[in-house]
Design a protein around this ligand. Structure first.
Ligand SMILES: [Fe+2]
Length: 260
């Protein structure tokens, strides 16, 4: 199946810019590029920081954009989001508890969308109740290859200011996944506003840039996080029960393609 990952939209209230750009316009550029090149996608997942301020008008603007799409879009929340407002606007009847996590099967795969939001904190968490939900979900589909989607990465990115606000309890997640090692095909993350891929504790992981603004790979400053006006991007993943291959697709400042 073809999965498109977008992350960290940071949609602003209508008419407001963020770092000199209109995030809604930036999202439109991404959606136009996806429509042009990947309209055969099976699933789009947006891995959190849907909005900058978690306000109703920003979620309404995003909802109107997504309603025009011809393909399904699944949404996660991040540290910039507001869980209650998000659930009120998007009105997902299939959330089974107070969190914004859910799972479904598609194309022979189990898709698990985690909620790592920690109210009034930039760092993420998976509390006991959310970990129990994850363990129940994995146990309910014992032989199905699984994909995890989460806003906060459990790994260190090598950027001190970002690593301080990653998932605050990665070992708790690791304990929950240990029994399922081998069938968790990949963990998609956001939050870092950078393209990266590798492995964490033996699990395959990646992160996706933002349609609006990126984070600089600045290792000199132990405190501050620096923005970077690098090309915008989304991820195209080709996934079967036996592989998960990630393409980091830039779509702005992109040179014309040509024959080789
Ligand atoms: Fe973000």
């Amino acid at each position: 199946m073809k999965i498109i990952q977008l992350s960290d939209l940071h949609i602003m209230p209508p008419g407001k810019a963020l770092y000199g750009k209109d995030p809604l316009w930036q999202l439109d550029l991404a959606l136009q590029h996806i429509e042009q090149h990947h309209s055969d996608l099976n699933l789009m997942v947006i891995t959190g920081d849907l909005t900058q301020f978690g306000d109703e008008s920003s979620y309404q603007a995003l909802k109107r954009r997504l309603q025009r799409l011809d393909w399904p879009a699944e949404l996660l929340i991040g540290n910039h989001d507001n869980r209650e407002t998000f659930k009120k606007i998007f009105d997902k009847a299939d959330y089974e508890d107070e969190f914004a996590h859910r799972s479904f099967t598609s194309n022979g795969l189990l898709h698990i969308l985690l909620d790592t939001h920690k109210i009034n904190h930039d760092e993420g968490e998976l509390c006991e109740k959310r970990i129990q939900w994850l363990e129940r979900t994995l146990r309910a589909h014992p032989h199905v290859p699984a994909l995890l989607y989460m806003h906060h990465p459990p790994f260190d990115a090598g950027i001190a200011g970002m690593d301080r606000c990653k998932l605050s309890n990665p070992l708790t997640l690791l304990n929950a996944l240990q029994a399922h090692r081998g069938r968790v095909l990949h963990i998609f993350t956001g939050h870092l506003h950078r393209a990266m891929a590798g492995q964490w504790q033996g699990f395959s992981v990646s992160c996706c840039k933002s349609p609006n603004h990126q984070v600089s790979l600045n290792q000199a400053d132990p405190v501050l996080v620096y923005g970077a006006d690098e090309p915008t991007q989304y991820v195209v993943a080709f996934v079967t029960p036996g592989q998960c291959l990630i393409h980091h697709q830039d779509y702005c400042n992109q040179a014309q393609t040509f024959s080789l």
